[in-house]
Ligand binder design. Structure first.
Ligand code: HEC
Length: 214
């Protein structure tokens, strides 16, 4: 169990390093694309002169490894191990069946196989992430942001592994419990949500126990 806080701490440190390496106007890292729209080149230059006191380039590529901080950060995220599953109690096993019978698995697909990878450890590995990695129209649960292929109400199915290490749920952290997160499902998730809410008191605890285990 000590792995969780340590992993979380190093992830937080890496995030801080990553954010610090990013230019506030999106001009340093190729990941950030264009500068803020609506500002002239002169305004951007004036703001940079005032606030950006560190000489460029801030994220230099290391000549030996050929990697920049962004590359190292990506490697770190890519190779983070998921939280291992806990031991399945009898209610958790019953919960797995309920989770399937009320069709949570329609989107939270239990297993996936990774594809080819230049990293051997990631080459065609089964992963129990509980997501189909697809976009779904989630109705009122949408974030109102159209981005890439996602329309305003469309969200990508959140993986459910490691849920027990978390305290805030959904894209904006609005749910403080797993039960609240389920109750907020809407749109394509509404039928499944209603099936969950119609479960009896004991039965409703079982999928929560299951989600606390994976
Ligand atoms: C139509 C697809 C769909 C179905 C069916 C569905 N979900 Fe989800 N679920 C999602 C999406 C999309 C999100 C991400 C929403 C967000 O980030 O706001 C999500 C998020 C969650 C979360 C929060 C995860 C997190 O990281 O914060 C939980 C818990 C969850 N679902 C459980 C369930 C359970 C239990 C069921 C069955 C009752 C279910 N879901 C059915 C699509 C679905």
């Amino acid at each position: 169990m000590t792995r969780t806080p340590i992993a979380a701490l190093s992830a937080a440190a890496a995030c801080t390093a990553f954010v610090a390496s990013a230019d506030p106007f999106g001009r340093r890292s190729p990941a950030f694309g264009e500068p803020l729209p609506g500002l002239t080149a002169e305004q951007v230059a004036a703001l940079l002169a005032r606030f950006d006191r560190v000489a460029d380039p801030e994220d230099e590529t290391d000549p030996e490894s050929g990697k920049s901080d962004v590359d190292r950060f990506a490697d770190f995220m890519r190779l983070l191990a998921p939280l291992p599953q806990a031991r399945f109690s009898a209610p958790a096993l019953a919960g797995a069946r309920v989770f399937d019978s009320i069709k949570c698995t329609a989107c939270h697909q239990p297993f996936y196989l990774t594809g080819p990878s230049r990293i051997g450890a990631l080459w065609f590995k089964p992963v129990a992430l509980f997501s189909d990695l697809l976009l779904h129209d989630m109705g009122t649960l949408g974030d109102g942001i159209a981005q890439g292929a996602a329309r305003m109400r469309e969200m990508r199915t959140a993986p459910l592994w490691g849920l027990r290490a978390r305290t805030a749920f959904l894209h904006d952290g609005r749910a403080t419990s797993v039960g609240d997160a389920i109750a907020a499902h809407d749109g394509e998730g509404a039928v499944s949500r209603e099936r969950y809410l119609r479960l009896g008191e004991t039965e409703r605890k079982q999928p929560l126990e299951f989600l606390n285990t994976i």
